[in-house]
Design a protein around this ligand. Structure first.
Ligand code: ARG
Ligand code: ZN
Length: 845
């Protein structure tokens, strides 16, 4: 059943208070609710309560038993025309809840995931984000730790009670109970209030992996005070780590629940990338307390209101912890590979979608990351000062409300006097705008001509021009900057901008800092790119020039078997040897575009990509780079050695990332000797895993792999890394077989989303392996999606995105992928989640 944004109606009742009692039992948990309803006189409507997968034991209105009409979606009931108290008792079975939505069990602990629509699997309730209420929760069980939202009220033998004073929608409800150990901390807010902080984990080795998360939480709390003036608003803030979790983490009020992979960290078991991600996710969930919880979403079409803004805030935070330039490049890499791929395929949808069948399918990179880009563009367009003024107005005006994108844009209009009608198209038009640039120079005047065009996307044939902030700088032919970064505001389909008083035709640096999520198309020579790579003062465009040049070189190698371009090799060498540049930045410049990005680029240029040829060319360019940089690599490795005990700080991590990039190249020349030595001597996971990965990539490292497997057999998170690495580094022709063999390992557990994704996420991400002409990987993934769907529709549906690019490829691959998609679609009892995804991916094919 399709839900439309245009059908929004407020609920016919207000909910003043909610009291819940949980009598926990693995298969027969009783949930007793007492809910105070009041008719919404401004918008009268039917009394319908959502409810799924539960058994109604009894129901009362104002103390009198009633018999509601119950379906598998919820219930209706005749109710008084005045405020009344609804009471119900239901029974649910957390132990058998493998969908991991609602109340479920993970390794003996009870936990919840209610966003987006999981609360309806807990009790009958108007499960929609615009219904906000004050919740009191009583938990009864003999487990030692019992947690819910808000502040603890009281506890006794076998029970605990929590009260959350802040009105909230049901999707922010949470409950946790188990035998848990707390790693505790304390934070004093800017107005002097003491907050108790706890990070709960299962007793045992995980207790030693909490310290970093706790410090990250404190950093995030301070940062939100300093940068956004936002203070925490309860006496206690709890985080719980859970092994079985569909998403990364969840911002439940006062009780954040995390996938253990996104919170647990130790030097021995976590890489630098893990640390950076954990820091960002802890910040993200914490920042939701204001952007998501205090101000929530009116309906799920407004998801980007909280997610885009909160991602933008966590990106700012991460930039502040290290380098804004490096963070911007990392974010652009993710956006341009995964979001552009989505935006240019059958799953393209606007940042604010207008219809959906299953909302879980819209927790996408478009809503999150493109959503964050829209906030960044707004900030660029209005300027920093006006941005913070508008955001302050947003907090003042909408605190305690369930808001919309219209509300969000209105505070910017009111704070700045700017008309954002055109800007709003960014929220409603899907697809990535193509911006084509040409230029001319006459009598000292340099002119840039821009043309924008957004290709059609499913359901949107025609696109209107969007407002695009284009940051431009100009360099003189000898490499000096003659015009510093200037913000151009493109609003028309075609528009020109002139710069006068120039002595010679300049070299333009366009879309600095990746100022808009668009594809920039310009007829540039490799010499132009090499020039910018050497001279651009904007770090993003310096890196981007290297990336574009690498793409162009690779394309020539793929299409015409050209040999690697000398200008590229020299340019990379110059950057590598430039000690004034941040090591993390240099490492990024050394990283080649991914095989999937190359496939998309070829497809965009009208060539059918051959994943095998792409793989071969990319490997050949790595070897050419290694040979060209031969003398420099050992020196770089030595210079990037980090002394002293492991620390995940940005500076140390940056050195290790450049050291690893150098090792990866060096290993193509030394037969793996340096990597073997690094593996043997590594005293942290970053160096150990990097060494193993490099060895496996060059077809070595069997002994190291076995040793690694053995060493970490009892650590779930490291074992996930090993599963993933085995697939990711398999030869293309072996990838499917390797993945298949891993599913027969005793510790492969399809019920655990992390383990499932370790194998099948890696297979889908192994471009040449996934698209091997045998079709074996397509078949394998298709079979496992069908199998998983019955247990965990949300994760199964997500995995179908592996096939979203099917139209890029040749007829034979297309036919094979289509056949697999049709097979999935024909699965007995297929979930609406996966059914929706498959039908969108297939289109009318
Ligand atoms: N709100 C969570 C976050 O971004 C993610 C929840 C994911 N839920 C889902 N149904 N996919 O922090
Ligand atoms: Zn979020």
């Amino acid at each position: 059943q399709t839900i439309y944004l245009s059908d929004y109606r407020p609920f016919g009742y207000h909910v003043d208070t909610v009291h819940l009692t949980f009598r926990l039992h693995p298969t027969q948990t009783r949930v007793i609710s007492r809910i105070a309803f009041r008719p919404n006189t401004e918008a009268p409507g039917p009394f319908f309560l959502h409810g799924e997968d539960m058994q109604l034991i009894s129901a009362k209105i104002d103390g009198v038993a009633v018999s509601p009409e119950v379906t598998d979606k919820g219930l209706t009931c005749t109710v008084p025309d005045a405020p009344f108290v609804w009471e119900a008792e239901v029974e649910i079975s957390p132990q058998t809840n493998t969908a991991l939505e609602g109340l479920y069990m993970s390794n003996g602990m009870y936990c919840t995931q209610c966003e987006a629509e999981g609360f309806r699997k807990i009790t009958f309730y108007p499960d929609r984000p615009d219904v906000m209420s004050v919740f009191t929760t009583r938990i009864e069980s003999d487990l030692p730790v019992m947690l819910s939202n808000g502040n603890p009220v009281d506890q006794g033998d076998g029970w605990a009670e929590w009260h959350d004073p802040w009105r909230k929608p049901a999707y922010l409800f949470a409950l946790v109970a188990g035998d848990l150990a707390a790693h505790s901390g304390q934070f004093t807010t800017m107005s002097g209030k003491d907050v108790t902080l706890n990070l709960y984990v299962r007793p045992g080795p995980d207790e030693g992996k909490c310290a970093f998360g706790m410090e990250a939480l404190k950093r995030a709390m301070r940062w939100d005070e300093e940068v956004y003036g936002r203070e925490y608003d309860l006496d206690i803030f709890n985080i719980v780590a859970v092994d079985d979790f569909n998403a990364g983490a969840m911002e439940n009020k006062g009780l954040n629940i995390f996938n253990s992979s996104c919170v647990l960290a130790s030097p021995d078991t976590s890489t630098d990338a893990n640390y950076e991600r954990i820091d960002a996710i802890i910040a993200h969930e914490y920042f939701h307390n204001w952007t998501g919880n205090r101000i929530t979403c009116r309906d799920w079409f407004q998801l980007c209101l909280k997610e885009g803004l909160t991602v933008f805030r966590d990106q700012q935070y991460t930039g502040d912890q290290g380098s804004h330039a490096v963070k911007r490049i990392e974010d652009a890499i993710v956006l341009r590979s995964r979001q552009f791929r989505e935006d240019n395929g059958p799953l393209a949808h606007p940042v604010r979608p207008e219809s959906f069948i299953e909302i879980n399918n819209f927790y996408t990179i478009t809503v999150y990351e493109k959503g964050a880009e829209l906030i960044g563009m707004l900030k660029r367009l209005v300027g920093d000062e006006a941005y913070y003024k508008a955001v302050d107005l947003y907090f003042d005006r909408h605190d305690g409300e369930a808001a919309t994108i219209e509300d969000w844009l209105k505070v910017f209009e009111d704070a700045t006097g700017r008309d954002l009608t055109q800007f709003k198209r960014w929220y409603s038009q899907a697809g990535t705008p193509r911006v084509t640039v040409t230029d001319d120079f006459k009598d000292g005047t340099y002119t840039l001509h821009f043309k924008q065009e957004t290709p059609p996307t499913p359901g949107q044939e025609q696109k209107e021009p969007q407002v695009i902030p284009i940051a431009v700088g100009l360099l003189s032919p000898n490499g000096d900057e003659v015009m510093p970064t200037t913000m151009l505001e493109m609003t028309e389909t075609e528009q020109s901008f002139s710069f006068d008083g120039l002595g010679a035709k300049p070299v333009p640096s366009i879309l600095r800092d990746f100022s808009a999520p668009v594809i920039l198309e310009r007829a540039e020579s490799n010499a132009d790119r090499a020039f910018l790579m050497a001279h651009d003062t904007d770090p993003f465009n310096k890196w981007d020039a290297a990336d574009k040049l690498a793409k162009s070189v690779l394309r020539a190698m793929i299409i015409s078997e050209a040999s690697p371009d000398q200008a590229y090799l020299d340019g990379v060498a110059a950057i590598l040897r430039d000690d004034t540049l941040d090591p993390a930045f240099r490492a990024l410049c050394l990283t080649l575009p991914s095989e999937d990005d190359l496939a998309q680029a070829l497809h965009d240029a009208g060539t059918t990509p051959d994943p095998m040829a792409i793989h071969t060319a990319r490997e050949a360019l790595k070897l050419a780079l290694a040979q060209h940089l031969q003398d420099t690599l050992p020196r770089i490795r030595a210079a990037m050695t980090v002394e002293g005990p492991y620390s995940p700080d940005a500076k140390s991590a940056g050195k290790r990332s450049l050291g690893t990039a150098a090792l990866a190249l060096l290993s193509r020349l030394d037969g793996g000797a340096a990597a073997q030595a690094q593996f043997a001597g590594a005293d942290n996971m970053t160096l150990q895993l990097a060494a193993l990965s490099v060895l496996l990539q060059i077809g070595k490292g069997d002994a190291e792999s076995a040793a690694f497997r053995d060493q970490w057999r009892n650590d779930r998170l490291v074992t996930d890394k090993w599963f993933g690495l085995k697939v990711a580094t398999a030869a293309p022709e072996d990838a499917a077989a390797v993945a298949e063999a891993l599913t027969r390992e005793p510790d492969f557990d399809m019920k655990n989303p992390n383990r499932f994704r370790a194998v099948f996420g890696a297979l889908a991400g192994h471009s040449a392996g996934f698209h091997h002409p045998s079709g074996a990987a397509y078949d394998l993934l298709g079979d496992w999606i069908s199998k998983l769907d019955g247990m965990n529709p949300q994760t199964a549906a997500r995995m179908t995105t592996a096939f979203e690019t099917w139209r890029r490829y040749d007829a034979d691959r297309q036919a094979k992928m289509r056949a697999v998609l049709h097979r999935i679609a024909a699965t007995d009892g297929l979930s609406p989640d996966t059914a929706e995804m498959v039908s969108r991916i297939l289109g009318d094919a």
